[in-house]
Design a protein around this ligand. Structure first.
Ligand SMILES: [Zn+2]
Length: 168
């Protein structure tokens, strides 16, 4: 018993639950480099069945994104909340249950909103979003996975499996 407790205290193992983290870029499409308004993007409905199928093996579905456009002052919080809700609602309409959308809204650049232009821990390079989720949802990160088009270097050190969206 004491052995289990010890292992749960390591940075990647908070519990036994498994999460499927999905890079937001796999779920939405929009014109241009960034999307700044809720009405300008749409859900990639045709990809949802394969994600839904994959989700059978996981307890939680969490969408993650890096949106430095908030720190730069191009995208405001209210609009971002609407976008997050649209992702959740439209996915649900297509029978994909998303538990939460988690965003890093910071930028290491100095050109933007001072309070948000910081070297944050939730930046995709540092993996703080995954660790926050691990605490909140009692996750075992080594039994969880990240779906994206590109691997993050931090995945490996957190023990997260990387699933290439192109190969699903
Ligand atoms: Zn951040």
């Amino acid at each position: 018993m004491s052995k289990i407790k010890l292992s749960l205290r390591s940075t990647r193992e908070y519990g036994e639950s498994r999460a499927l983290f999905i890079d937001r870029e796999c779920l939405v499409e929009y014109d241009g480099d960034v999307c700044l308004r809720e009405k300008d993007f749409k859900l990639l409905v045709e990809y949802l069945p394969k994600l839904k199928n994959l989700l059978k093996d996981y307890d939680y579905c969490l969408v993650v994104a890096h949106l430095p456009q908030v720190a730069k002052g191009w995208l405001n919080h209210k609009e971002l909340e609407k976008m997050d809700q649209k992702i959740i609602d439209d996915s649900q309409k297509n029978e994909l249950q998303i538990d939460a959308v988690m965003n890093c809204i910071h930028s290491p650049d100095e050109d933007g909103i001072v309070a948000l232009c910081i070297p944050c821990s939730c930046h995709p390079d540092r993996g703080g979003l995954f660790l926050q989720a691990a605490v909140k949802y009692n996750l075992s990160l080594s039994r969880s996975a990240y779906v994206s088009y590109k691997d993050l270097k931090i995945n490996k050190s957190l023990g997260l499996d990387f699933l290439n969206f192109n190969d699903l």
